[in-house]
Design a protein around this ligand. Structure first.
Ligand code: GLY
Length: 374
């Protein structure tokens, strides 16, 4: 079945969710007007920033402008575009800081400046995109991976980086310079080999010897324990490997995305709101709705690539569960998706702006928007 046929069958749900977004996003925008920080979460009914010590370099700071671009795509209202551009300009301070930057420059600039450049041709946005791509390429270790973080963690790589690779693919598309995509492919090959297990689960962090590339350890990271299955990490893998297939045509990446996706479906199919970690203790019911939002967008990508209805159905189940059991469509909060967990060992039951972005991205995809953020 074609993706358009699948979409056609879901038109009632699409219309309902798009209608709810159109009603809620003006409030999200109104509550952000004039803020001197970029929204990450919500405290006492007001937008709140990421951790103070991370400042403008906080890794989620691209998702707010991306959500505003999603609002613009959904409605054509220039107020969303103006806010996206305001936030994009705020991010310039992160380039100036430099020391606080990390591999999430993909999340920060591909879906802010990258979207602006794709939609408007703004040359300042192109320069921001290329500056970010060069920063990410500069984090590549020829032992075969992109280092995630700074300080003494030279050999640390994380599964989330699969989404940052899209910045490198875009840089090659824009410049014709193959180095960026070559780095992305090398990292994806390493991630495929060392992060993804036979059973379709994956590690959050893998620590390599930064000189030899030998795998040394796979600590719990944001998940429950070493060897467990942090659900948002599984969602990054599904979407990230699927997009690496889209950008390279390498079927091994799609096969990996399917392996993780099939396991994810087995783990969530009772209520479609992911546990924070699929291997967390049985007496814990800690949920991460954000993993469901990321996975929904990833499942739609896989459904379009493969024509397989089960991936499309999984996306619908996840979106319905978010809508019915996790979404706040009122004005009690400027955010939509609640019940997110920043980490097993982190903040629980919170809003996180990237959950709202992936939810909106998935609804746009269902609605037939041809634009691709990644
Ligand atoms: N480490 C990125 C995330 O929280 O998903």
């Amino acid at each position: 079945m074609t993706f358009d046929e699948m979409r056609g069958r879901a038109s009632a749900l699409t219309e309902e969710l798009a209608g709810k977004l159109k009603k809620k996003l003006p409030y999200a925008l109104q509550k952000a007007q004039g803020l001197s920080f970029i929204p990450y979460t919500v405290k006492d009914g007001e937008w709140a920033s990421g951790p103070a010590n991370e400042g403008i370099c906080w890794w989620t700071n691209g998702f707010w402008p991306a959500l505003m671009w999603a609002g613009y795509r959904l409605t054509g209202d220039n107020a969303y575009r103006a806010e996206a551009e305001r936030a994009e300009a705020m991010l310039d301070d992160a380039f100036r800081d430099f020391d606080g930057l990390h591999h999430d420059v993909g999340f920060m600039w591909l879906i802010s400046a990258g979207v602006n450049y794709a939609l408007t041709g703004n040359d300042d946005s192109r320069k921001r995109l290329m500056l970010a791509a060069n920063l990410l390429a500069g984090r590549y270790n020829p032992a075969g991976f992109i280092r995630a973080w700074n300080g003494d963690r030279a050999g640390w790589a994380i599964i989330d980086c699969m989404m940052n690779l899209n910045l490198l693919y875009r840089a090659t598309d824009l410049t014709g310079d193959p180095r960026f995509a070559a780095i992305a492919r090398r990292h994806a090959d390493t991630a495929q080999r060392y992060f993804v297990r036979e059973d379709g689960t994956c590690s959050h962090i893998v620590i390599f010897d930064p000189v030899t590339g030998e795998m040394l350890d796979d600590p719990a990271g944001q998940g429950y324990a070493s060897g467990s299955a942090w659900s948002r990490g599984q969602a990054w893998a599904i979407y990230g490997f699927a997009l690496s297939f889209r950008h390279t045509g390498n079927e091994a990446y799609q096969k990996t995305a399917r392996r993780v996706a099939d396991r994810f479906i087995e783990e969530v199919k009772t209520d479609w709101v992911p546990k924070c970690d699929f291997r967390q203790p049985a007496d814990s019911d800690l949920k991460d709705a954000c993993a469901g939002a990321v996975a929904a967008a990833g499942f739609l990508e896989l459904a379009e690539q493969t024509g397989e209805e089960r991936y499309f159905e999984a996306a619908l189940h996840l979106l319905k569960a978010l809508d019915e059991t996790c979404a706040d469509w009122t004005e009690d909060s400027p955010a939509i998706v609640t019940h997110c967990a920043s980490a097993w060992d982190g903040d629980h039951d919170i809003a996180m702006v990237y959950a709202d972005f992936y939810f909106a991205e998935a609804v746009l995809r269902l609605a037939g928007d041809e634009f691709r953020f990644w």
